[in-house]
Design a binder for this molecule. Structure first.
Ligand code: NDP
Length: 293
C-alpha cells in the first residue's frame, strides 16, 4: 500500500519540496500559520490537518522542514500520544546531530523510525527537484524514506547513522559561509583598486578560488543588486553554530569556523532575522565604503 505522507513546515524551502511529495503521495500538510497550508492545499490538492496530532493520526510517514531542531522537537514531542509503532519521521530541517540522536531515541522507544535528511541546493533546487539530500539513519528506515526523498532530490546519499546527515550539512554550510565572506572581502578590495566585479569574477571563475558563491550567487544577486531573499542569514548563522559544536565535540581544530560564526552572528544582528544569507556582503560593502558592481 502506498505511504500516506504528512508534511510539516511550508516555509521558503519546505513548500516547494512538499509540492513534489504531494504530486506523488497522498499528502496531508500542517503549517503554524494556517493560511499557508490552506493556500498550498488549494493549489496542490493536499489535505490540511487541524494540528500536528491530527496529521500524525492520518499518515504513515511525517516529514518536517522547520528552522531548527528545537522547533522539530517541540512539535514532535507535543504530539507524544499520536505516534504509532511503525511510523517514520524524516527530518529535512538543517538540524543539530546531537538533538537528532536524542529525538531518534525518544521516537525509537515508541517504535517510530527517524531519518535525518537535510537538503542542499536552495529554493531553486527544490523547485527543480534537484536537491542534494544526505540521509542519516538505520538501513531499514533509510530504505523506506528514499521514495519520498526521491520526489524532491536529484542526489540522495546515505551518509551514516542518525545525526550524520545533519553533521555533514552543517559542515557544508561552513564552506558556504566562509566563501561568502572571503569572496565579499576580495571583491570589495578589487573594486576599490579599479577592477570591476564582473572582470574579477571572470578571472576568479577560471582560477582556483572559484566556488558556487563566485560562479552563481554573486553574479546573480550582488552584481545585479537584486538581493533576493531565499535563505535567511539567520539560518546560515544557526548552521555555522551547529558546525562549530560538531568540530569541538570531535576535537578537531575550528579556527576558520569560529571566525565565520562571529562574522555571521554580527551580520545577523545588523541585518535582522529576515535578511538573506548573501546580504552579508552588504555589511562588507558598508564597512569598505564600496559597492561591488
Ligand atoms: P523559513 O523560515 O522560510 O520557514 C520556516 C517554517 O517553519 C515555516 O513553515 C514556519 O511556519 C515554521 N515554523 C517556524 N517556527 C515554528 C514553530 N515554533 N512551530 C512550528 N512551525 C514553525 O525557513 P526555510 O524554509 O528557509 O528553512 C527550513 C529549514 O531548511 C531550515 O533548517 C533551513 O536551514 C533549511 N534549508 C533552507 C534552505 C533555503 O534555501 N531556504 C536551503 C537548505 C536548507 P510559519 O509559516 O508559521 O512561519
Amino acid at each position: 500500500m502506498a505511504e500516506r505522507v504528512g508534511f510539516i513546515g511550508l516555509g521558503a524551502i519546505g513548500r516547494p519540496m512538499a509540492v513534489h511529495v504531494a504530486r506523488t503521495f497522498k499528502t496531508v500538510v500542517w503549517n503554524r500559520t494556517r493560511v499557508h497550508a490552506e493556500k498550498f492545499a488549494a493549489v496542490e490538492g493536499a489535505a490540511v490537518a487541524a494540528n500536528p496530532a491530527a496529521l500524525a493520526d492520518e499518515v504513515d510517514v511525517v516529514v518536517t522542514c522547520l528552522p531548527t531542531s528545537t522547533e522539530v522537537r517541540e512539535v514532535i514531542e507535543s504530539i507524544a500520544g499520536a505516534w504509532r509503532e511503525g511510523q517514520l519521521l524524516i527530518d529535512t530541517t538543517s538540524g543539530d546531530p546531537a538533538a537528532s540522536r536524542a529525538l531518534a531515541q525518544w521516537l525509537g522507544g515508541r517504535g517510530v523510525g527517524f531519518v535525518d535528511a537535510p537538503v542542499s541546493g536552495g529554493t531553486s533546487g527544490a523547485e527543480a527537484r534537484s536537491l542534494t539530500t544526505m540521509l542519516g539513519g538505520e538501513d531499514r528506515w533509510v530504505s523506506r524514506a528514499r521514495p519520498i526523498v526521491d520526489t524532491f532530490a536529484g542526489k540522495v546519499v546515505h551518509v551514516g547513522p542518525v545525526g550524520t546527515g545533519h553533521a555533514l550539512k552543517a559542515l557544508n554550510q561552513v564552506l558556504l559561509a566562509i566563501n561568502i565572506q572571503a569572496a565579499g572581502e576580495a571583491l570589495a578590495a578589487l573594486v576599490k583598486l579599479g577592477v570591476s566585479g564582473q572582470t574579477a569574477l571572470d578571472v576568479i571563475n577560471a582560477s582556483s578560488g572559484r566556488s558556487n558563491v563566485t560562479e552563481n550567487l554573486i553574479p546573480q544577486r550582488v552584481l545585479t543588486r537584486a538581493w533576493p531573499r531565499t535563505f535567511r542569514l539567520a539560518l546560515l548563522d544557526k548552521d555555522v553554530g551547529i558546525a562549530l559544536k560538531v568540530l569541538q565535540d570531535s576535537d578537531v581544530p575550528s579556527d576558520a569556523t569560529r571566525v565565520a560564526k562571529a562574522v555571521f552572528a554580527k551580520g545577523r544582528k545588523a541585518l535582522g532575522e529576515e535578511a538573506d544569507h548573501v546580504e552579508l556582503i552588504k555589511e562588507i560593502e558598508r564597512a569598505a565604503g564600496v559597492e561591488i558592481t
